[in-house]
Design a protein around this ligand. Structure first.
Ligand SMILES: *Cc1c(COP(=O)(O)O)cnc(C)c1O
Length: 353
C-alpha cells in the first residue's frame, strides 16, 4: 500500500520530561488508513495530529466496535529507538478485530508504517531515564448507521504519546484489592480481545478501589467468583512455595506479551512456571501460612509491578513484607534492560527503527 506523508507546518512544543505522565501529550503526526468493504484498505497517510471528523451516527459511538493495542518505542543510549516484539501486537490486534468482525490489517504494512511514523516523530521519543514513546494503534467502526451489525467502513490509526518513567523513584510495590462484586469477562465473551468495550464496565470497581487507597483491582472469574484472572492492565504471577504460577489463558484474559516474555525468561533461568487455574482460596491460604512469597503483575505500561499488599474481604495481607521480591526485581532489571537496549537481548525480541 502506498503511504503519503504530509508534515506539519506548526510543530508543537514538547513537554518537559518531569511533566510527561501517561497518555496526556501527543506527537506532531499520526497515521490514518481508511477501509470500506468494496475498496479494502486505502489512502494510508501520515498527517499532522488532528481531530477526526465523524458522523454522530458512526457505529463506534453506539456499539463499541473498536480494538486497540499498546506498545512502546524505547530510547537507547546510543541515540536510536527500538521496539519490543511489535509483530506480536499486530498479530493480537488482528485477533481482536476478528472477534469483533472488523476488517483485519496487513501486519507487515502495520509495522512498516509504524516505523515510518516513528522516524518522522523520532524527536518525540523522550530521552529521560525510564521514559518512552507510547504507541497506540486502534481501529474504529465508522459506518453512519444505528442498526446492530458489522460496520462496512473503518479507520485504522496510530497515535504517539511521550510518557514518563512508570517508577520515577525506583520499583515500588502496589496495593491491590480483590474485587468480589463486579466482574470483567466471561468465557465466550470478549475478555481475550484488547477492545475498548472491555474497559467501561471496569471503571466502577477501579473508582471504589482508589477511594479506599488501592492502586488497582484483581478480578475473579465471573462464574464461580473463585479463580484469579488479571489486574486492570496486568497479568498476575505468584510465587507459592517453590513454584511460580500464573492463571492459564482460558478465553477470559488477554494473551499478554509481557506475560509471555516473563514466562520465557523464568524458564530460561531454570524456574518452574505453571500456567493453571489459581483459586482465591489457595491464594488466601498461601497468604496466611506464609507460602505466598512474591506476587507481581506484568504489562507494557509498568513492565513488572510488584504487589506489596493484597486485600481480600476487608482484610489486608502484606506480601513479602510489602517489599519488592527478588524475582520481580530481577525480571524488572532484565526486561527493562532489554527494552531500553542497556543489556544484550538474547531472545531476539527487540528491533531497531
Ligand atoms: C494490554 C493489556 C494487558 C497487558 O498486556 P501486554 O501485552 O503485556 O502489554 C493486560 N491486561 C489487559 C486487560 C490489557 O488490555
Amino acid at each position: 500500500m502506498n503511504l503519503t506523508i504530509t508534515k506539519t507546518t506548526a510543530p508543537k512544543t514538547k513537554p518537559e520530561i518531569a511533566a510527561l505522565g501517561f497518555g496526556r501529550h501527543f506527537s506532531d503526526h499520526m497515521l490514518v488508513v481508511d477501509y470500506e468493504t468494496s475498496a479494502g484498505w486505502h489512502d494510508a497517510r501520515i498527517v499532522p495530529y488532528a481531530p477526526f471528523s465523524l458522523d454522530p451516527a458512526a457505529m463506534v459511538f453506539h456499539y463499541a466496535q473498536e480494538a486497540f493495542e499498546g506498545l512502546k518505542a524505547y530510547p537507547t543510549d546510543d541515540g536510536s529507538i527500538q521496539l519490543f516484539r511489535p509483530q506480536e501486537n499486530f498479530k493480537r490486534f488482528n485477533k481482536s478485530c476478528e472477534r469483533l468482525c472488523m476488517a483485519k490489517i496487513d501486519e507487515d504494512f502495520a509495522l512498516e508504517s509504524l516505523k515510518e511514523l516513528l522516524r518522522i516523530d523520532a524527536d518525540w521519543v523522550p530521552r529521560g531515564k525510564g521514559t518512552s514513546l507510547y504507541i497506540r494503534p486502534f481501529i474504529i467502526a465508522t459506518d453512519p448507521f444505528l442498526g446492530v451489525r458489522a460496520s462496512q467502513r473503518y479507520i485504522y490509526s496510530v497515535i504517539l504519546s511521550p510518557v514518563g518513567a512508570y517508577y520515577p523513584e525506583g520499583l515500588n510495590p502496589v496495593k491491590i484489592i480483590i474485587e468480589v462484586e463486579d466482574v470483567r469477562a466471561v468465557r465466550g465473551g470478549t475478555g481475550a480481545a484488547k477492545i475498548g468495550g472491555n474497559y467501561a464496565g471496569t471503571i466502577r470497581a477501579q473508582v471504589r478501589a482508589q477511594e479506599k487507597g488501592y492502586t488497582q483491582v484483581l478480578w475473579l472469574d465471573a462464574v464461580e467468583r473463585k479463580y484469579i484472572e488479571e489486574v486492570g492492565t496486568m497479568h498476575m504471577f505468584f510465587q507459592i512455595g517453590n513454584e511460580i504460577v500464573t492463571p492459564s489463558l482460558d478465553g477470559t484474559i488477554l494473551e499478554g506479551i509481557t506475560r509471555d516474555s516473563v514466562i520465557h525468561m523464568l524458564h530460561a533461568w531454570g524456574h518452574t512456571v505453571i500456567e493453571r487455574k489459581i483459586s482465591i482460596d489457595e491464594l488466601h491460604e498461601a497468604l496466611q501460612n506464609g507460602q505466598l512469597k512474591e506476587a507481581f503483575g506484568t504489562g507494557t505500561a509498568a513492565a513488572i509491578s510488584p504487589v506489596g499488599q493484597l486485600s481480600y474481604q476487608g482484610v489486608d495481607y502484606a506480601v513479602n513484607a510489602g517489599k519488592t521480591g527478588e524475582i520481580a526485581a530481577k525480571l524488572y532489571d532484565t526486561l527493562t534492560g532489554i527494552q531500553w537496549g542497556r543489556i544484550v537481548d538474547p531472545y531476539g525480541w527487540t528491533i531497531r527503527v
